[in-house]
Design a protein around this ligand. Structure first.
Ligand code: 5GP
Ligand code: ZN
Length: 135
């Protein structure tokens, strides 16, 4: 992908603070971190997003997220970490090259969890049924 920032990082055309690399995967620090040590884990083969990625691409990425997550946690003395991904623009995806975020977390770090809604009476079963029909 010619204009993909992450493909350029993989090819070495753009600089990055690499923390891990193997045949299929690259991990480097996010340039605008939520917390210092915030890492991105990406496949070397371009894939637009999670929805369009094959499990053979996703599975090794998750393995690296675990490895990198543990190293990030120790490296920046965090109490835990989030592994997350934004799938599609509505979900906050800006870079259209599949990536997982590994974000170190601290007790009382001030980051707010997502707000929660409540289901109306009986609604949870109908929502579950709508989703199940698509599987
Ligand atoms: P998204 O919102 O697509 O899930 O996240 C994209 C992430 O990539 C953002 O957190 C952003 O800071 C990071 N990012 C964008 N451009 C660059 C870059 O050139 N270098 C690095 N290291 N990170 C980038
Ligand atoms: Zn790419």
């Amino acid at each position: 992908m010619e204009n993909c920032i992450f493909c350029k990082i993989i090819k070495g055309e753009l600089p990055s603070a690499k923390i891990y690399e193997d045949e299929e995967t690259l991990a480097f620090l996010d340039i605008q971190p939520v917390q210092l040590g915030h890492a991105l884990v990406i496949p070397k083969k371009h894939s637009d997003n999670f929805s369009q990625s094959l499990s053979e691409v996703i599975n090794p990425l998750l393995h690296v997220c675990q490895k990198v997550g543990e190293a990030v946690k120790k490296g920046v003395a965090a109490d835990g970490y989030n592994v997350s991904m934004n799938n599609g623009e509505a979900a906050g995806q800006i870079v259209h090259h599949l990536h997982f975020h590994v974000i170190p977390r601290y007790f009382n770090d001030g980051l707010k969890p997502w707000p929660h809604k409540k289901y109306k009476e009986g609604e949870i079963a109908s929502v579950a049924a709508k989703i199940t029909r698509e599987l």
